[in-house]
Design a protein around this ligand. Sequence first.
Ligand code: GLY
Length: 376
Amino acid sequence: MESPDFIITYDGFGVSELFFCPGEVDLARWFCPGGGPGSVFVTDQSVAALPALGSFCGRFGGTVRRGVGIAGNDLLVVLPPGEAHKTIDSVTAILRAALEHDLPRRTRFCGIGGGVVCDMTAFAASVYKRGGGALELVPTTLLAMADAAVGGKAGCDLGPYKNMVGSFYPARRIRFFPAFLRTLPEAEYRSGLAEILKTALLFDSALFEDFKHRRASLLHPAEGDFEGTILPIVQRCVEAKARVVERDLRETGERMLLNYGHTFAHALETVAGLGTVPHGDAVAWGMARAVTLSARLGLCTDSYCGEVCALLTDYGWETGPVPAGRHGFTAEALLGAMKKDKKNSDAGTVRVILQRSLCDTVIREVADDDIRGVLK
Ligand code: GLY
C-alpha cells in the first residue's frame, strides 16, 4: 500500500488526521472490510458504481446496488444519491442498519462519497447510541475534499431547507484520494471549484491570482494535473479551513466567514428546490450577490466588485440578480429563505458575510431593503 505523502492535523474535539493518498484508490486494502470488530461504511449508488470501489464493494457479498451489504461484522449502507436524499430518512437508514446488526456505541462510521454522504454519516455517528463512535471520511468529490468533509459539520436537510438539522462531529481520519477527481462529471468538478474560489477570496490572494491567470488548467485539468496541480490547491484550502475550525469549531464567530456566499446560495437552493442547482454553482452566484451588496453598502470599491463578478462570469457562473433562465424566483421568496439562515441572531434580520476587499471579510446585519436591492 502506498503511504500518504502529506498529513495535516487539526484539533476539534480531539485531533483529526488528514491523509493525502496519491496513486490508485484501494479502499479494500485501507479498510480491510470483514476483518475488524465492526464498522458501518456508508456510500451512495453513484460512488458504489465507480470501478475504484469494485473490490471494496465486492467484499460485501457481491455488488451492493442499494441497501445493506454484510462482510463479517462490517456493514456497507448504500444510499440513493444526491441532495434530494439528504434527509432524516437516509440518516435513519444508517442508524437502523447499525442497530439491527447489534453494533456497539463505539462503532466506527466511515462515509465514502461527496458532501451529502459525509455530512449524513457524520451525523449518524454523532447520535448513534448518543454518539461516541469513531468517524472516518473518504471525500470523493472536489467539493467534499476542499470543504465539506473538513471541520466536523454533520447533518441533513429538513424539508426545503438546507442543513437545518445537525451537530458538530469532526472525523478522526480523513483520507483524500486525488484519483477520485478523475472520475468526476464536469458539473460536479466545477461545483467544487467554486468552494475553492471562496477560500481564495477569504484567505489566499495568490490562489485568487491563479484563478485569474490559469483559467484553462483549473477549469479543465489534464489527467496528471489532478495530483500535480489540483491536489496541492485542495491541501491549501484544507489547511486554511483547519486553522479556522481549530479556533471556532462551533461557529460562534470566525467560522461564520467560511459561509461567504452561502446565505444567498442556500436561499437559491431552497427556492429552486434542493438538488436542482449544484451547491457550488449556488455559492458562486451567492458570492456575486455578496460582493455586490458589499459595494452597495460602501464596504468595498466598485472596482473590486467588478473584478470578482468578471472572474465568476469568466468561469461560467451566473452573477446577475436572479439567476438567468430560472423563472418564478422573486426577491421576496429569496429573502424569505434567507431569513431561515442559521447565522441569523434574531428572527427578522439577516446576517450576511461581506468583503471590504480581497481577504478582508466582515459579518454584518443587513436591512431587508439592501438585500432586496441586490436581488432585483
Ligand atoms: N462550509 C462552511 C463550514 O464548514 O464552516
